[in-house]
Ligand binder design. Sequence first.
Ligand code: C2E
Ligand code: MG
Ligand code: MG
Ligand code: MG
Length: 284
Amino acid sequence: AAKDGGRNGCALYSDELEDKATENLWLQNELRHAIEREQLSLVFQPIFNHDGELVCCEALCRWHHPERGPISPAQFIPVAEDSGLIIGIGQWVLLEVCRTLKAMSEKGTPMPAVAVNISARHFNQIDFVERLLALLKAHQVSPAQIELELTEYALLSNLNAISERMQRLRSAGFSIAIDDFGTGYSSLSYLQSLPLSRLKLDAAFVGRIGTEAGNAIVRAIVDMAHSLMLKVVAEGVETEAQQAYLSSLECDFFQGYLLGKPMPASELVARRIAPSAQSASRRS
Ligand code: C2E
Ligand code: MG
Ligand code: MG
Ligand code: MG
């Protein structure tokens, strides 16, 4: 019926859906073997403080497929989430972060704290905290070296259970950040009731700095976070003008292509200060 003359638009649409479904199924099947075939790796993007000092980095997963080449997380993370493969991938990411932290400190080039993206499905595993603590212990990594990034989706289920889990993580020494802040659907009331350390201002807001409305929204979010005693990390900082506006609001941390792209750990440890701070110190 979709092939009837008057319904061409519909036929086209359903073909596209079919292609998308086939593609996702292929991705899912390939992703199932990606860990054992050693196709996944991590890169680390620097995060700088107000003084341009490297204070943290974010671990970001990369998938290199032998025939397809690099496949973006924007493509494979949603597939991993829908299929449940995200739990195994998330565990591998945590393991690889621990191995990297340990290896770099043994080399005498210790890394700053590492922020790790944790999907809601992974975080909601009943033994998430226990497994995480056991993993860190086995690699002699301290919880103070890890920051957990959760999106607002992780906060949509039972808030009491989430709050209790977060409390245990904070007591153990982990920091907790809300990633992509402002893009989710949750209410603001959780900000007050959960033991959070940081908000990551989504890149979409940073990208609108320079317009009147964009500036107003960014200012409102930063002020609100600060009045709740939360630090703010600006994501996706790409221009000097964005950086300057965020600095004027006393935004605490900066991440983006202007300051550094995601890179291997060995390169990251050589970047102790931000490019802007470097040129400032050369000038003085
Ligand atoms: P995210 O956690 O919000 O990570 C930030 C994303 O923005 C990264 O994309 C990073 O490369 C990109 N980015 C950083 N600075 C800039 C900039 O100045 N401009 C632009 N246009 N982009 C910038 P990436 O690595 O492609 O990852 C995309 C998303 O995939 C992440 O967003 C995160 O939600 C997810 N992801 C990546 N790695 C993992 C992982 O190990 N586990 C989980 N659960 N999710 C992951
Ligand atoms: Mg993140
Ligand atoms: Mg983000
Ligand atoms: Mg994002």
